[in-house]
Write a protein that binds this ligand. Structure first.
Ligand SMILES: Cc1cc2nc3c(=O)[nH]c(=O)nc-3n(C[C@H](O)[C@H](O)[C@H](O)COP(=O)(O)O)c2cc1C
Length: 156
């Protein structure tokens, strides 16, 4: 069974967007080998439209060049990247995306493929509660906005 068949077995039913690419980081790679329905719901692209293309198709005017440079560096050195980038849906609408990419390695340690877990970052109102399993404690709207913009700007 190859990597894509294996990933498909668990990723088809996940809410999180899942992309698998080949290990070739230089243009025209990395090429998308698999996209799950969660990715299609978030991006507006069907899997059949993006297979063979590069995830750079999600980039646009507002995508930070510094962010993509960091990603390139991290994927080359650590074979791992975790961060937020501005992505664009097929409709042209921008969305902030938390992207967690890891290498799927062969036995010799070299990457066979990369897998990304992608989530849209939704601005929630409030502060995360300690040990609250994802719950947010409501605070006054303006304070919540200030708190969030502070947090989100850490990714710029
Ligand atoms: C599995 C995987 C998923 C990726 N997903 C995205 C993405 O959602 N948005 C994005 O801007 N770049 C994404 N990339 C990064 C680009 O494909 C590319 O590697 C990045 O732009 C850095 O290369 P460049 O400096 O040549 O553009 C992804 C890369 C991999 C390997």
């Amino acid at each position: 069974m190859n990597v894509v068949d294996l990933v498909r077995l668990f990723a088809e039913s996940l809410d999180v967007g899942v992309l698998v690419t080949d290990a070739q980081l230089d243009w025209p790679g990395p090429r998308i080998l698999y996209a799950n329905p969660g990715f299609a719901r978030m991006s507006g692209y069907e899997a059949s439209e993006v297979i063979g293309l590069t995830p750079r198709l999600l980039q646009g005017q507002g995508t930070s060049r510094e962010g993509t440079r960091q990603m390139q560096r991290a994927l080359r050195t650590e074979r791992r990247f975790l961060g937020c980038l501005q992505n664009y849906r097929k409709s042209g609408e921008a969305y902030l995306c938390e992207i967690d990419v890891r290498a799927i390695r062969r036995l010799d340690g070299e990457p066979e493929a990369f897998i990304a877990f992608e989530r849209e970052v939704v601005r929630r109102r409030g502060r995360p509660t300690r040990g609250g399993a994802g719950r947010y404690r409501p605070v006054e709207a303006t304070a919540a906005e200030a708190f969030l913009s502070e947090r989100l700007s850490a990714f710029d």
